[in-house]
Structure formats: structure tokens, C-alpha cells
Design a protein around this ligand. Structure first.
Ligand code: PLP
Length: 400
């Protein structure tokens, strides 16, 4: 690679780029393309949160703050964990980052040595294995099945653990499957971890508030308090409060890890944007009506998408508990030919033909480490979803 760092060779370019690029090209040619590939709520940030940011600017909260986050936000985070998760964290155990993504990066950077292993279950959020690789660790990908709703099974976890295992990453509800672990399902996993005291848990609870019906979100340190001293509980305001662009994520965990993350952040960003942090204080401490409202809207969309896609030939869709994604299997479509004459041999072929022939953009499961599936994001209006799912039905009906 010459000038560029060897570390780059460990990282893959985003597997979603090809489809996004194709969608862009088709749009440029004047085709109407419906994208069900976005990973963010379609709502605007609530007004009270915007107002808090504007007020912070007016007050002159525009200077460098503490690297780990402004005190009012770290206090609000400690309150949030107590109120919503029954977890007691001191302010010194809480850290704010520039998005949940940076929290994850700093936690792994602060803890991984070459050869250390991080267990990740597929389908996974695309960034986990890449961040592990960038931080010099080895991602150990373990499989799940549709029969188990794409959830990691205790036996699978047990088998993947060895002396090199440093972390297991859990993500509930999951991007891309929407699957969320109940208290008992999580307990079965934490029971395995009790037998392996050297393994830490990084739980990504980013979609915590987007769970439907009577499902109750659970998080490892709450389900198994004995894991408290080796759990990093990560969360953020991006998805819960429609604040993806504000770039605020946070975590709480053992002080030695938080201090190490603080040190890295001090030589990196010097901390998250002060104004966005004041907005996040309002998000966590202010009225929470937005969460209930958006949850209701997303639940209706999930039900619409699951029902319409289940009526499509050759697709099988489970009904996930949370997030704003569904993850249909297109296994039965493999070996068929589309109406436009394209042979479908993989999920990449499926999503490419769907895009070219029906103008609907979704993301192939192989981008998330498990296929043949594709990820549908339902973070868009019912009208758009009904139209797109109708087109997917037409596409599937045309397969021969
Ligand atoms: N974790 C999961 C599972 C996600 O899907 C995302 C964003 O797509 C993140 C973390 C990162 O969120 P943030 O916007 O806070 O960096």
C-alpha cells in the first residue's frame, strides 16, 4: 500500500456502498427509487431538545468542556441508568462520546491487544468487526438461525469462548434483525459468562426504547449483577430521540475502563460537542412523550411490513421485537430467475435485481455477516412502506 497504513488492509470498505451507489445512479437517470436502507429515524429531533441547544449557544456554552462529558450530562446519564435500567453508576463511571460508535471504538482501543478475540453474533451491525480489526483484535463471528429468531444461543457462546476471548458484544434490539433478548434469554447468556470470569460484556443498547407490544427491554448488568464489574453498558440519543446528527453516545462501566477511554478521548476529540451535550441533557431529563409516540408509529410500521412481506412469494419474515428493521430470508428465491432475466444466486443478486427492476433499495444480508437475507428499514412513512412492499411482492411473484 506504500504510503498508507497497514491497518487499512484489516478493514473492509462498507458492503452497503455498492447498492447505495447503484441507487444513486438509477436516480440520476430519472428513475424513482424507494430506499428502505436508511439506519435512522425519519422524525425530526423534538423541539424541546432543539431549544435546549439554542439556549446553550445563547448562554455561551461554547468552550472546551471536560473530556468525558459535561457534568450535567454525566449526571443525567447516571439518573437514566438508575431510572430505566435499575443500574447504579457513579458519575465517574459514565462517559460521553461523539456517537455510540466512538464509545465502542474507544472501549475496544482501550482494551484490545493483538490476538485478543471479540465474539460477535451474526447478523451483526456492520461496524463491530471493522472496529475490532482497527483496534488490533480478532472478531470471532458466531452464527444464529432463523429458528432462533437470529438470537445468539448459550451453547454457541460457550463454544466460542477460549483463553483469548476478551469481550462479547451483545446488541438488543439488533441492527439488522430487530431481534431483542428477553430477560430469560439474556440470563441464559449471562449464565455462560459467569463461568468465564475473564470475558467482558459490551452491550449496545442503542435501540432500547424501540421495543413493541409488551416486550420489556433487559440489559446484562441488570439481569446478572455479578457481571457489573465487567460490563460496559452503551447507549445513546441517536435512535431514541431522533438525534443521529447530533453525535452523542454514552456508556457506563467499571471506572478503570472509563478512565482509559477518557485518556484516549483526550488525545482524540477532547470530548463531544458542548452544544449537542446540552441538547442530550434535555433529551434524557426532559419530557419523554416522544419515545412513546415514535414507538407507537414504528410498531404500526413493523406490523405493516411483516404482514406485506409475508405475503410475498419465496420470502420468510420473522416478526422482530424491536429496532426499525426486519430481516427477511430470501433462501427460497435462490436458483430462480427474475422477470428481467437476472439469475438470483445470492442475496446480493436478489437486492440488485430488486433495485434495477422495481426501484426498491434494501441491503443484502451478507453485509451483516449472514444471508441469504436482506435488511428492510421501516423508518419511513406507511405510504412509502406499502408502496415499496407492494413492489417487492411484484418482484417475488415474477421469479421463475
Ligand atoms: N449501534 C448500533 C447497533 C447502530 O445501529 C448504530 C447506528 O446505526 C450505532 C450503534 C451508532 O450510533 P451513533 O449514531 O450513536 O454513533
Amino acid at each position: 500500500m506504500g504510503f498508507l497504513a497497514d491497518a487499512l488492509s484489516r478493514v473492509k470498505p462498507s458492503a452497503t456502498i455498492a447498492v447505495t451507489q447503484k441507487a444513486r445512479e438509477l436516480r440520476a437517470q430519472g428513475r424513482e427509487i424507494i430506499s428502505l436502507s436508511v439506519g435512522e429515524p425519519d422524525f425530526d429531533t423534538p423541539d424541546n431538545i432543539k431549544a435546549a441547544a439554542i439556549e446553550a449557544i445563547r448562554r455561551g456554552e461554547t468552550k472546551y468542556g471536560p473530556v468525558a462529558g459535561i457534568l450535567p450530562l454525566r449526571e443525567a446519564i447516571a439518573r437514566k441508568f438508575r431510572r430505566e435500567n435499575g443500574l447504579d453508576y457513579k458519575v465517574s463511571q459514565c462517559i460521553v462520546g461523539t456517537g455510540g460508535k466512538q464509545i465502542l471504538f474507544n472501549a475496544l482501543m482501550a482494551s484490545l491487544n493483538p490476538g485478543d478475540e471479540v465474539i460477535i453474533s451474526a447478523p451483526y451491525w456492520v461496524s463491530y468487526p471493522e472496529i475490532v480489526a482497527l483496534c488490533g483484535g480478532n472478531a470471532v463471528i458466531v452464527g444464529t438461525t432463523a429458528e432462533h429468531d437470529y438470537k445468539l444461543q448459550p451453547e454457541t457462546l460457550e463454544k466460542a469462548i477460549n483463553s483469548k476471548t476478551k469481550w462479547v458484544i451483545l446488541n438488543s434490539p439488533s441492527n439488522p434483525s430487530g431481534a431483542a433478548y428477553s430477560h430469560d434469554e439474556l440470563k441464559a447468556l449471562t449464565d455462560v459468562l459467569l463461568r468465564h470470569p475473564h470475558v467482558w460484556v459490551l452491550t449496545d443498547d442503542m435501540y432500547e426504547h424501540l421495543v413493541y407490544g409488551d416486550f420489556v427491554h433487559a440489559t446484562p448488568a441488570q439481569v446478572e449483577p455479578a457481571l457489573y464489574d465487567r460490563t460496559l453498558t452503551m447507549n445513546g440519543v441517536s435512535k431514541a430521540y431522533a438525534m443521529t446528527g447530533w453525535r452523542i453516545g454514552y456508556a457506563a462501566g467499571p471506572e478503570k475502563l472509563i478512565r482509559a477511554m477518557d485518556m484516549i478521548q483526550g488525545q482524540q476529540t477532547s470530548g463531544a460537542c458542548s452544544i449537542a451535550q446540552w441538547a442530550a441533557v434535555e433529551a434524557l431529563d426532559g419530557p419523554q412523550d416522544f419515545i412513546a409516540e415514535s414507538r407507537k408509529v414504528f410498531e404500526g410500521r413493523r406490523d405493516l411490513v411483516v404482514s406485506m412481506l409475508n405475503q410475498a412469494a419465496y420470502l420468510s419474515v420473522h416478526r422482530p421485537e424491536g429496532a426499525f428493521y426486519v430481516y427477511p430470508s430470501c433462501a427460497e428465491a435462490l436458483g430462480k430467475t427474475s422477470e428481467g432475466g437476472r439469475t438470483i444466486e445470492s442475496d446480493v443478486d436478489f437486492v440488485t435485481a430488486l433495485l434495477e427492476e422495481q426501484g426498491v433499495a434494501v441491503v443484502q444480508g451478507s453485509a451483516f455477516g449472514m444471508g441469504p437475507n436482506f435488511r428492510v428499514s421501516y423508518a419511513t412513512t406507511n405510504e412509502t412502506l406499502a408502496k415499496a412492499c407492494g413492489k417487492i411482492q411484484v418482484f417475488c411473484a415474477g421469479l421463475r
